[in-house]
Design a protein around this ligand. Structure first.
Ligand code: SF4
Length: 258
């Protein structure tokens, strides 16, 4: 074949933008990854955690269809600011892994733009996260809501094991992870369960820290506006003594907490 007449190679076509459904986006500091974060709240979640702060994200039908290109255009308006502030983009929800193609495409586009990426997930659908998606994720924020399967189901309506399996897989892949644990008096404060979680986390060498988040009732009004009753409306936040005891359980196993 005469190569002089071969057509010049075509430039690679940009991948088509994925479509997803989101509830909102927002800027946050300190809780959704390092620095100032642009947080995308995806719509849809199959769990129903008693303390959920984002009930408006539960149903896909309440969200807004968007393409990853549209979200990237919005992120672009803040990119300089969040980069200077040592931050990045966090995909949260809802449950981002309910929309794995959208989430993977968004993570890839953020990565290609030089942005730090974080994925905030319950881990229930961890099997939907491909290794390629996780390679585009600089940090996983993994909620382990209880280490006791019965408590976990009572609290979330779902099974614990998929989350633990996902945690192990993240360790095998060496993906940096922060574990998040919400301390709810009378629900997740059993110190034996906390010990079990601390032991499990200590066995994962990719976990950088555990965030012990004190339960609060700030979403009560949000529930009322949605015509729902906040299930833990009568539960008080943990006191300082209980918080200190729980932090101590993690520290005994050499696990850093915030
Ligand atoms: S997993 Fe998250 S979004 Fe889903 S119900 Fe629980 S706290 Fe709410």
């Amino acid at each position: 074949m005469n190569s002089r007449h071969a057509p010049p190679p075509r430039p690679a076509e940009p991948a088509p933008a994925a479509t997803g459904v989101i509830s909102s986006w927002d800027l946050s500091v300190g809780v959704d990854g390092p620095g100032t974060r642009f947080v995308v709240f995806t719509s849809g979640c199959s769990l129903r955690c008693l303390y959920c702060q984002n009930p408006e994200t539960w149903h896909m039908r309440d969200g807004r269809p968007v393409t990853t290109e549209e979200v990237m255009a919005e992120i672009g308006r803040y990119q300089r600011f969040i980069t200077v502030a040592g931050g990045g983009v966090t995909i949260s929800g809802g449950e981002p892994l309910l929309q794995p193609r959208f989430t993977a495409d968004l993570l890839r586009r953020c990565r290609d733009s030089g942005l730090h990426t974080a994925l905030d997930t319950s881990g229930l659908l961890g099997e939907r996260a491909t290794d390629a998606m996780l390679a585009d994720t600089d940090l996983v924020l993994l909620d382990i809501k209880s280490y006791d399967a019965v408590t976990y189901r009572r609290l979330t309506g779902g099974p614990l094991q998929p989350t633990l399996r996902f945690a192990r897989r993240l360790a095998d892949l060496g993906r940096p992870t922060w574990i998040r644990f919400v301390l709810v008096p009378g629900v997740t404060d059993d110190l034996e369960d906390v010990d079990g979680l601390a032991r499990f986390v200590a066995s994962l060498d990719n976990v950088e820290r555990v965030d012990v988040l004190p339960f609060h009732r700030m979403a009560t009004d949000k529930y009322r506006r949605l015509g729902l009753r906040f299930p833990l409306a009568d539960t008080s936040p943990p006191d300082e003594e209980l918080l200190a005891r729980v932090h101590d359980r993690f520290h005994r196993h050499g696990v850093a907490t915030t």
